[in-house]
Design a protein around this ligand. Sequence first.
Ligand code: R5P
Length: 307
Amino acid sequence: MNLQLYAMPGNEERAQALARALHGRCEVELAGCVLHRFPDGETLVRVQAPRRDAQAVLLCSLDDADSRTVPLLMAADTLRELGAARVGLVAPYLAYMRQDRRFAPGQAVSARLYAQLLSAHFDWLLTVDPHLHRIRNLADVYSTRCVVLHAAPRLADWIRTHVERPLIIGPDGESAQWAADVAERAAAPVVVVDKRRDGDRDVHATIPDLQPYRDRQPVLLDDIISTGRTLVASLEHLRAAGQPAAACVVVHGLFAGDALTALRAAGATRIACADTTEAVAGVERIALDSDLADALLALAAEDGGRR
Ligand code: R5P
């Protein structure tokens, strides 16, 4: 099996790591995709010509989705125009999943609209732990073939290695699914915080009684850090309750604005994120390359049969 892996800008290191993880299992060529930004803000996309004997795979994590999506779709369509029979997308972070219903009149249901957009341009999508809450399954909104990789085993490995006697704390009801899974794998107890969000950066947390776990190290476990305020609310509550400083372990570290500073100020000791987004200084990385490589190989084998 031959793959041409096109890294969109910002994904080059991830592409190299993925190619290393695939080494010896299939032929991988790191193919070029170059963007030129014109002074007026438009983008010219240029891709290396696709080979007839290889499958075209674009690699693009979709943090900062608004600036990444237009060039990504143009790259996919250009590959097809130049002869690629099928084009797949590896998007370790999948954007827009949290706006999964119309919370107020007139709002876009972004998760569904974004799903329609990507589905129209890609033959398949491989991603990591999308924020599935009211949408139960990606296939409910994506019409293209989707494969979801779960980071829980790697997050649990990290916790087992770095934290003695952990107590896993999910910082809101939506995190319960990830927190419970990781806690089971790390053989740790789990509690879930009651969160109220009154604005982008206005979050309040009520933590259950932690007395039964006073000999344990708190680990906040969530799927996404965006502004960081969800974790900050829990960290502040823990500190006020005289609990030991907590580690934060998260799948997708977006770190919008002053998120990292706010987390440190609220007492986060170690912060570790899966490597689904670009590296941030001071944040530990949990590698998913080998899991992504396994999933990509399975998808490419299945897709090869369709060409
Ligand atoms: C929300 O439901 C998610 O699970 C995260 O808790 C949330 O997106 C984190 O956002 P922020 O870091 O802005 O509080």
